[in-house]
Design a protein around this ligand. Structure first.
Ligand code: ADP
Ligand code: MG
Length: 682
C-alpha cells in the first residue's frame, strides 16, 4: 500500500464533517478505503430495443413526448405522472412517481431520455432516471454504491474521481506479473477505472474478473497458509494406537467396511499418528456409513490411552449414537457415557467426576458436552456429527477442552465443492463416496396434496409386508408450536385410519427426552409401525426396516433438508419409497420437487440447492462460517475459485513465494491477516 493512499479522505475537495461521518460509517477513512469501495451494481444506460427487452428488465430509451403530462396527486408528497412517449415505432407509457415538478419541464414534441423498469404487458416504463434531450453518449454504465447519510451517487463519484486521480497510478498491484499475464488480468489501476468509471460493458467485466480472482486468491492463500503453519508447528498430540486391537475390532463389526470407509479410516488414522492437530472434514452422503468410521477412530484413540468425545446436534441422535457405539465398543471393555441437556443433576455430577478421573473413555452427547465445567482427563479426539450445525465458537470451545485434540467434523449434507473449499478451506477433507453394497435407489414421487389418501394406501401395503413408515408433518410456519399441533392432528388422523391394525407413534421437539426415547425405541424395535414426526428425525436417525416416507408440504423445505429427511429410508437392502406431497407455487419450488424425483445423489442435489438458493441460504443458518466476498460470487465464480485454489497451493509449495519481491505484497497480506501466526483456531 502506498503512503499516499493512506492519506485521509478529508484532503479531497468538498468533504466536510457531515460527509466525513457518512463515509466513516461506510468504513471509509483513507483514500485507499475509498477507491476500494466497490459498487453493488452498474446501471446500464445503453439504449435498448424495446421489442427485444424482456418483462421487468431495466431499460433506457430515447423518444419524443407525445402527450402532455397528466399528474395524479396521491397525498403528501406523493404523485404519479404519466406521459406517452414515441420510441421509434413504439408508443409507450412513461410513469414518474413523486416527480410532479417535472410537469412544467416536459412538453409535447420534446426529445427525452428515460431509464427504468420495463413492464412489457402494460407497455410502460416506470422511471428511475430522467434526462432532458437525446441520450448523450458519455456515460453508458454508472456504478451504484450503497451509501450512508445524505451522500448522493453523483457526489460520491466526484470524490472517487479525485481519489483515483490522486492515488490510482501509485497503488501497488498485489498480483504478480506472471499471474496477470497468464490470465490476462488488468493491472490494478486500470481495473479500478473499470469498476468506478467504465467505458463499456467489457471494461466492467474485465475489471470485475481481476478483482474476483484477486479476492479468491487472497482467501485461498490465507486458508492454505493456516493449514501449512499448523502442520509445521506440530503442536498436536501424536496418537500411537494399537493396530492389532483396531483390526480385531473391525473384524467384529456386523459387516465388511466399504472401500470408501476403509480409505477414510486410513486417512484418519494417518492423521492421528502425526504430531500435528488433525482438522478434518468427513463428508458422506446420508446412509454412507459415517457412524462406524467415527466408532473406529474413537476406538483407535482409546487404545492409545486417550479419551474420545462424540458430539451430535440433537438428543435423539446422541442417544442413537450412544446405543450403536455401546453395541460395538462395550464388549471390548470401553467405558461409554452419555451427556445431554436432560441428564439429571446428580448423574451428571458423578459423570463429570469420572470423566476428569479418566474413568470414562468415551463421552457422547449434545452441545451439553461443551459446557465449561465438563473436563476431560486427556481428550485425544473430538468428533462432531453434522458439524455445520455448530457455530464456530462452539467448535472453538470444544477444541480447547483438551491438549489440542484432533478434530473430525462429519457431515451428511454434501457440500458443493465451491462451498467446501471456501467454508472449510483450511481443513483436510475425506469423502465417503460409496454406499454399502445392496442399497437401492429410493423411489421418489411428487404428488398433489389432495392425493394424501392414496399415499396412505400405498403406505399400508408396505406396512402389510412388515415394513415401517415415517410421515413427516406439515410445516405451516416457523413456529414449533404450530408444527407440533400439525403433528398431533396427523397422528390422530392416522391412528383412526389404522385403528389397532398398526401402531402409530408421535415424535416432536416438545416431548420430554424420555418420551422421545420411548417413541424412538418402540419404532426402532418395531412395536410402532408408523412414526408421525416433525423434522426432528431429520438428522442421522437410523431404522433400516423403515422403507416408506411421506413428506407433507415438501415445497417448504430446501433440497438439502429434503434429502436429509429422505435419507431416513433406504437404509437397508429393501426398496424404499418417498412421497412428496406438495403444491409448489413458484417455479423454483417445482424445480426442487423435480430434482428430488430425479436423483438420489446428495452432491448433485446440493449443487442444485446452491444454484437455486445461493450460498447464503445453503447452510440454513448464519453460522455457516462462509466469508463475505466483495466481488466474488460462489455460485457463478466457481471456476475462478478452483483456479485460485490451485494457484494458492502452488505458491505455498514454492520456495520462491516466501522470498521473491514479486510476491511480497501477498506475504504482507498473509502477515496482516494473522494467517501466519499459527495460533488461529478457525
Ligand atoms: P450416515 O453416514 O448417514 O451417518 P450411518 O452411519 O447411520 O450413515 O449408516 C447407515 C446404515 O448403513 C446403518 O444401518 C449402518 O449400520 C449401515 N452400514 C454402515 N456401513 C456399512 C457397510 N460397510 N455395510 C453394510 N451396512 C453398513
Ligand atoms: Mg449419521
Amino acid at each position: 500500500m502506498s503512503d499516499q493512499s493512506l492519506q485521509p479522505v478529508t484532503i479531497l475537495k468538498g468533504i466536510g464533517s457531515e460527509t466525513q461521518n457518512s463515509l466513516a460509517e461506510m468504513g471509509i477513512t483513507t483514500l485507499h478505503d475509498l477507491v476500494m469501495k466497490f459498487p453493488y451494481r452498474h446501471e446500464d444506460f445503453r439504449l435498448k430495443n424495446i421489442a427485444e427487452t424482456p418483462h421487468n428488465e431495466r431499460i433506457t430509451v430515447e423518444g419524443r413526448v407525445d402527450s402532455e403530462p397528466s399528474v395524479l396527486f396521491l397525498g403528501k408528497n406523493k404523485s404519479r405522472m404519466q406521459i406517452r412517449l414515441l420510441v421509434g415505432p413504439h408508443l409507450i407509457k412513461v410513469v414518474f412517481f413523486n416527480q410532479a415538478y417535472l410537469k412544467t419541464k416536459i412538453s409535447i414534441g420534446q426529445i427525452i431520455t428515460v431509464t427504468g423498469k420495463w413492464d412489457r404487458g402494460r407497455q410502460a416504463i416506470s422511471v428511475s432516471n430522467y434526462s432532458p434531450g437525446p441520450k448523450t453518449d458519455q456515460v453508458d454504465f454508472e456504478p451504484m454504491y450503497s451509501l450512508k447519510g445524505n451522500l448522493k451517487q453523483k457526489t460520491f463519484r466526484k470524490f472517487m474521481r479525485q481519489a483515483l486521480h490522486e492515488v490510482g497510478p501509485s497503488l501497488q498491484d498485489c498480483l504478480p506479473n506472471h499471474i496477470r499475464e497468464t490470465y490476462k488480468l488488468m493491472p490494478m489501476n486500470e481495473a479500478l477505472e473499470g469498476v468506478h468509471f467504465p467505458i463499456d460493458a467489457e471494461h466492467v467485466k474485465q475489471a470485475r474478473r481481476r478483482f474476483v480472482y484477486e479476492e479468491l486468491l487472497l482467501f485461498q492463500l490465507k486458508m492454505q497458509a493456516i493449514k501449512k503453519v499448523r502442520k509445521e508447528q506440530n503442536r498436536g498430540i501424536s496418537i500411537t494406537y494399537d493396530v492389532q486391537q483396531l483390526k480385531s475390532m473391525i473384524s467384529t463389526l456386523p459387516y465388511e467396511l466399504t472401500g470408501a470407509q476403509k480409505r477414510v479410516v486410513n486417512e484418519i488414522c494417518k492423521d492421528l499418528k502425526e504430531p500435528h492437530r488433525m482438522n478434518r472434514l468427513l463428508q458422506g452422503d446420508v446412509g454412507s456409513g459415517k457412524t462406524v468410521v467415527a466408532a473406529i477412530s474413537l476406538y483407535a484413540v482409546i487404545t492409545a490411552g486417550y479419551q474420545g468425545a462424540l458430539m451430535a446436534p440433537t438428543e435423539i441422535l446422541a442417544e442413537q449414537h450412544a446405543a450403536s457405539l455401546h453395541e460395538w465398543l462395550a464388549p471390548l471393555g470401553i467405558r461409554i457415557a452419555l451427556l445431554t441437556g436432560s441428564t439429571k443433576v446428580k448423574a451428571r455430577r458423578i459423570l463429570l467426576e469420572q470423566l476428569v478421573a479418566g474413568e470414562i473413555d468415551l463421552l457422547i452427547g449434545t452441545h451439553a458436552l461443551i459446557q465449561p465445567d465438563v473436563e476431560f482427563k486427556h481428550l485425544g479426539l473430538v468428533i462432531t456429527d453434522e458439524q455445520h450445525r455448530f457455530g464456530v465458537d462452539q467448535r472453538r470451545v470444544l477444541r480447547d477442552k483438551g491438549m489440542s485434540p484432533d478434530v473430525l467434523f462429519m457431515t451428511a449434507t454434501p457440500i458443493p465443492r465451491t462451498l467446501a473449499i471456501t467454508a472449510f478451506g483450511e481443513m483436510d477433507v475425506s469423502i465417503i463416496d460409496e454406499m454399502p453394497a445392496g442399497r437401492k435407489e429410493i423411489e421418489t414421487h411428487w404428488v398433489k396434496k389432495e392425493l394424501f389418501n392414496q399415499a396412505i394406501k400405498r403406505m399400508e401395503s408396505e406396512l402389510k409386508a412388515g415394513k415401517q413408515a415415517y410421515v413427516i408433518c406439515p410445516l405451516i410456519e416457523e413456529s414449533e408450536k404450530l408444527d407440533v399441533q400439525n403433528a398431533v392432528d396427523v397422528f390422530e388422523q392416522l391412528s383412526s385410519i389404522f385403528h389397532s391394525k398398526y401402531q402409530v407413534g408421535l415424535m416432536h421437539g416438545r416431548l420430554h427426552s424420555d418420551e422421545k426415547d420411548e417413541v424412538m425405541r418402540s419404532f426402532s424395535e418395531g412395536q410402532v409401525q408408523v412414526l408421525v414426526s416433525t423434522t426432528v428425525v431429520e438428522v442421522g436417525v437410523n431404522v433400516p426396516n423403515a422403507t416408506f416416507m411421506v413428506i407433507y408440504d415438501a415445497e417448504r423445505f430446501g433440497l438439502a433438508q429434503l434429502h436429509q429427511l429422505r435419507g431416513r429410508v433406504g437404509r437397508g437392502s429393501d426398496q424404499s419409497y418417498c412421497i412428496l406431497l406438495a403444491d409448489p407455487k413458484t417455479e423454483e419450488g417445482k424445480e426442487r420437487m423435480i430434482s428430488m424425483t430425479e436423483t438420489n445423489d446428495g452432491f448433485r442435489l446440493a449443487e442444485k440447492d446452491l444454484e437455486l438458493r445461493g450460498p447464503g441460504d445453503f447452510f440454513g443458518r448464519k453460522q455457516s462460517g462462509l466469508p463475505e466476498f466483495k466481488m466474488a460470487d460462489l455460485v457463478h465464480d466457481y471456476r475462478a475459485l478452483e483456479t485460485a485454489r490451485q494457484d494458492a497451493e502452488k505458491f505455498m509449495a514454492s520456495a520462491e513465494f516466501w522470498v521473491s519481491d514479486e510476491t511480497k505484497c501477498l506475504r504482507d497480506y498473509l502477515q496482516q491477516s494473522g494467517a501466519l501466526d499459527g495460533n488461529r483456531i478457525d
